[in-house]
Design a protein around this ligand. Sequence first.
Ligand SMILES: Cc1cc2nc3c(=O)[nH]c(=O)nc-3n(C[C@H](O)[C@H](O)[C@H](O)COP(=O)(O)O)c2cc1C
Length: 364
Amino acid sequence: MTRKNTLQLGTFGTNLAPGITFTTIPGALTTDWSRVRHLALAAEQMDFEAIVPISRWKGYGGEHNPHSDAYETLTWAAAVGAVTTSARIFATVSMPIVHPVMAAKQLATIDHVTGGRAGVNVLGGWYRPEMPMFGGDLLEHDARYDMADEWIEIVRRLWTEPEEFDFSGDYFELSGLFSMPKPLGERPRIMNAAMSGRGLDFALQNSDVIYVKLRDDRDAAAEQVADIKRQARERFDREIEVWTFGYVVDGETEQDAQDFLHFYAQEHGMHDAAINALTIMGVEAAVAGDNSTAARRFNWVAGDGGVPLVGTAAQVADGLEWLADVGIDGCLLGWPLWEEGMARFERDILPLLVARGLRAADPH
Ligand SMILES: Cc1cc2nc3c(=O)[nH]c(=O)nc-3n(C[C@H](O)[C@H](O)[C@H](O)COP(=O)(O)O)c2cc1C
């Protein structure tokens, strides 16, 4: 696919309440299909490249239990795919939960619905509390990716092999495997956010897009991105993109933006739930950083731990330019108040990105 924009953009988590910001303020995201549809169309209006949901089957508890109210992502992607025309529509699939035969066929279906715009964000899994609902438990960390190797091989073969085949592995023993129709074109694009050694190896071998939690220092972040791309090239002969995600809080002045951040995340944030989520993630996932710091917790409440893009329109554009400068290919975005936030992004921030050469002049 030819790449039009230096910094690709997408939305993150429009399938669940309250989106990627853990806030109780009125207007925060709800599971309301008319809103999901509107936000998908708003993303396409700005020529965003990707629409990515979050896979969540149980919330993070606390008083408000954020993410307990979540649309299932494969059916969601089919529906979003049917009302959109240009963005790539991702489903997020937790490999320990969704059987590969089911995933392969559902994703091929979405690929047909969208005319070849399907993608899949594959997860090794880390949120243990939702596993007993499916009658199982999470494997030990590295074994999750041994299982994932088998899972993805089965899916890829189902997408390409015309005849029935058997698969015999450590985790799957399946016979007469078959799936039609095949996806259109090459295959659905695969993304993954594994950050650990074993998880990263899986991602380098299998993903077209890898997500990173960037280091703060510019040189260190640039080296981090370059290293991932270099490893993909040298070890696996693959060209991959590196993306990240962030939350946008813009204001007339920097102080306005900071005040609003304080209002929705500090005064009306779901802090107890963020502590629950980070505690579990700290045990289960090899994500860099200290989960116990107040700053880390605040960043989870403010935007699911993403990059803070907070300030005036120009400062938000600076933040996005910084990402492009360190080699990031794309960034998923979320807002505390999605409808107004995306409208302001289109009006105030997108033109700055165009002026800085990060986005094409005319989206259409
Ligand atoms: C862009 C992005 C999307 C993610 N989506 C989900 C998700 O939908 N559900 C989920 O449980 N975790 C999600 N995660 C968390 C990752 O799965 C988690 O950070 C990863 O498993 C940790 O890597 P490791 O397994 O190598 O330790 C996402 C992370 C990122 C950066």
